[in-house]
Design a protein around this ligand. Structure first.
Ligand code: BV8
Ligand code: ZN
Length: 242
């Protein structure tokens, strides 16, 4: 399966991972698309928007509160752990669309959260911003300043944090191997990151049980799960370095 990259494995010095909801699926966290994409018959893609929030903050908060409780119980899986272990062998940066913090929980030390974090809560008006691990009982939760609090995530229609996005483009343009795992590459601008890597002649490896919009652009597109394949990829590095 890895014939294409096996010989050049020791040449890869700057590796970027672009991950999506699929990599956390095996930790019990539902993805947005496919059968998991509904919550109480609401389309997740419609709930993760500013309009939905201001339309019905209580409903959107019920969704986030439930996701938070599930995410706080979730453990990193073999895919997350393999990426964290790779840091022993070479430079690794993780650009994740996920908001679940599982890459950090598994030990990865260079993680950019392109779409924010469900653990971080911020005020819709003042500059209050804090990691809160407790469950909220009164929804929507209210800030000390009297305004509604919200999860510090990037909703559809909102811009990504400027500095995070700049760094993500930068790392993607400078890497020599980009591994795209667990994402349908539907959501922009995260789905442009493989283009930056390709423009810089990086090798592109995709890991996804399904074909994606960019499978045709990949040097290697592996039709399998991240928990299955990522440990095998890391053992290639282990063999060549140990
Ligand atoms: C922006 C945080 C500039 C919230 C998320 C038309 C109208 C309005 C907007 C747009 C439009 N057209 C395009 C846009 C832009 C829009 C967009 O891309 N829309 C898409 C849907 C068409 N993007 C934005 O709005 C972005 N901002 O563009 O700013 C701007 C500013 C102002 C005005 C204009 C432009 C902001 C996007 C961020 C949205 N927030 N998350 C939350 O999570 O609650 S995105 C959300 O979707 C998650 O982050 C998730 O990662 C992502 C994708 O959802 P999923 O499908 O679940 O995950 P993924 O795609 O990763 O797919 C799962 C994959 O895993 C599948 O391929 C599956 O096969 C695979 N898989 C399953 N199991 C496994 C597996 N793979 C490996 N192993 C397994 N075991
Ligand atoms: Zn406030």
């Amino acid at each position: 399966m890895f014939e294409l990259i096996e010989e050049q494995i020791t040449n890869f010095k700057k590796i970027v991972f672009v991950t999506g909801a699929g990599i956390s699926q095996e930790s019990g966290i539902p993805t947005f698309r496919g059968k998991d994409g509904l919550w109480r018959n609401h389309d997740a893609m419609k709930l993760a928007t500013i309009d939905a929030f201001y339309d019905n903050p209580k409903l959107v908060w019920e969704w986030y509160n439930e996701r938070r409780m599930n995410i706080f119980q979730a453990q990193p899986n073999a895919g997350h752990k393999a990426i964290a272990e790779l840091e022993k062998y070479t430079q690794v940066v993780v650009l994740t669309q996920n908001i679940d913090g599982l890459h950090q929980k598994s030990g990865s030390s260079n993680v950019l959260e392109l779409h924010g974090s469900i653990v971080q809560i911020k005020c819709t008006v003042c500059n209050f911003k804090e990691e809160i691990l407790e469950e909220f009982f009164d929804l929507p939760p209210i800030c000390k300043c009297g305004n509604i609090l919200r999860p510090d995530v990037v909703w559809f229609g909102e811009s990504l944090p400027q500095d995070v996005w700049q760094n993500a483009m930068n790392f993607s343009s400078k890497c020599d191997l980009m591994v795209i795992a667990g994402t349908s590459l539907v959501v922009s601008p995260a789905n442009t990151l493989p283009i930056y890597a390709k423009q810089n002649n990086a090798t592109l490896v995709e890991i996804n049980p399904e074909i994606t919009e960019m499978s045709g652009e990949m040097d290697l597109s592996i039709r399998n799960t991240s928990a299955e394949i990522l440990p095998q990829l890391v053992s290639l590095f282990k063999k060549s370095y140990d």
